[in-house]
Design a protein around this ligand. Sequence first.
Ligand SMILES: Cc1cc2nc3c(=O)[nH]c(=O)nc-3n(C[C@H](O)[C@H](O)[C@H](O)COP(=O)(O)OP(=O)(O)OC[C@H]3O[C@@H](n4cnc5c(N)ncnc54)[C@H](O)[C@@H]3O)c2cc1C
Length: 600
Amino acid sequence: MLRLLHNASQPALKSTQRRFLTSRFYDRPTLDFLLFDNPAIITPPTDATTQQVLDSASSFVDRYHHLDPLFDKFEPQFDPAFMNDRSSPTVSPVKMHEQVKEVLDAYSEGGFTAMHEMDLPFPSLTAVSAITGSAFTSGVLGHWVLTQCAANLLKAFGSPDLVAKYHEPLTDGRWTGTMALSETQAGSSLVDISTKATPTDTPGTYRIKGNKMWTSGADHDMTENIIHMLLAKTPDNKISLFLVPKSIVNDDGSLGERNDYTINGVNHKMGCRGISNCYWSLGDNSDGATGYLIGEEGKGLQAMFLMMNEMRIHVGLSAALCGKRGHLESLNYALERKQGRSPTTKEKETIVNYADVKRMLLTQKVHSEGALALCLLASSLADSSKTSEEDKHVLDFLIPIVKSWPSEFCLEANKWAIQVLGGYGYTSDFPLSQIYRDNRLNMIHEGTHGIQSLDLLGRKIAGPGFPLLIERMAGCVERAAKTGDDEIVPMASHVKSAVERLVEVTKKLGGVGKSGDVQLMLANSHDYLNMAGTTVIGWLWLEMAIAAKAKSSDPSESFLHGKVNACQYFMIHELSKTKHQARLLESLDDTVIKTKVEEL
Ligand SMILES: Cc1cc2nc3c(=O)[nH]c(=O)nc-3n(C[C@H](O)[C@H](O)[C@H](O)COP(=O)(O)OP(=O)(O)OC[C@H]3O[C@@H](n4cnc5c(N)ncnc54)[C@H](O)[C@@H]3O)c2cc1C
């Protein structure tokens, strides 16, 4: 049960704004609407606890949000004097801002780290992260996201002994977890990792030697132990998954000697500075660091996909919430900022009334709320996949889109948020420069945009998920057409055409691939991902508009009519772009293939 149920006061908003803008940090009415009023896409949580955890998340944000800019300003420091210091479990060469621990402790003491053990629906957990994450774009809560994913991976594939020793401290907030996949020479292509694991005489225990790069939260001075989920190659040259603890855990659960790995430095990042990012080496002083096999030897990548898929939903979500946060911050500003004169009254005008400013705000709204709906849909599918093969296939198809569409389009949204503030948006006096820098990571980690688009077009379109998704989108169009509503019906016809275009383009590109010209098929994979993503978001907006209409008895009610209006904007200004994308993709343009390297 959550312990954090205090009622911290909201950061002040001017009275004129309170009517519809309830917080600069999260949009609770929209989250509630998505979660509870859109049963066609998100199975509404029926448990009594969901509202309570959402309230607690809001209180947490209201109380601690002011610390996040500090984490951006004071990035993790590396002190080489502590590189070989093993005098205590917490000692580390990586020094975090001291209040990082305060936020992490408050989060776990509030019971948020144990939430996953409460059997809450995944969309409820996603909605909590949407609230807490948007106030902490520095990624400080990424410590707990990684820890949770590591705990889930351990539970799914670890031996009972390993689960008994390591799972509880990972879920009760005592220890943190990481995912250690990338190496200097192996980022997108994990088959090229060179870290080696040699079996010892004790079954399941290995000696690990090698180097890891880019590991988020690989070291810090905040918890007694850190548990790495690490990929290494076994002597048969196959990739296996290992649990590598910072301190070895004795049979009675106490901490033993420090494992043999060395943190060699931190990467200095342009954003996401609430979490360290380290390069490190294993086994420098012995025949190897101790690692315990998780799952079967040689099946590490397959097991790791569980964690990576979960992380990909989180990456899409962090992009979506950066987009939403930028929307709220810039709306807040636009409601107060006076500039120029009204052409009618000749009085000083508040910029929110100018059409171009409204355009920038609407663009942010449709991108961020569409992305949020997509992440909640993915979470709902992750739950239902446990019993439905069909949902599993649909989710499998959607994962590259869930990871990538929000990362690109909500960064675009942040661009417009900065623009709404004019010169002030370009300064560090307002939070938008931080949000933009923090969001920029999302196109890179957990598989770059390019790699995700290759996965979607090169692999996923041939699976059973694509036709099933098309069926669901077509089903929505049919339902929408049947409403007979004069706002909904024209929007349904936009989605119908976009879905038909997507089917045609996919057929054509898939055909090129089947005929053997894979290079030509994949040459425009980025545009294909964007087209497919925009079509999916168009479908989700149509669902939201239908739900808003069904809920509203008063057509002038701003919140619900705002959803219908936003859907209309998306159809006309965004979904329409898929016409051009389809023409481009069907033309099988090979300019990039023909371009010689020396012409770049
Ligand atoms: C802040 C941060 C945090 C991270 N956290 C973690 C973590 O916790 N754990 C972890 O294991 N890793 C982590 N990573 C690593 C991240 O997953 C990799 O950076 C990412 O997968 C890309 O690998 P790379 O940097 O080696 O780039 P590369 O793989 O060298 O790619 C460079 C460019 O080439 C393109 N490219 C590469 N191969 C192909 C191809 N076959 N076809 C077309 N284009 C291609 C890519 O799309 C990219 O644009 C993190 C990275 C950052 C920056």
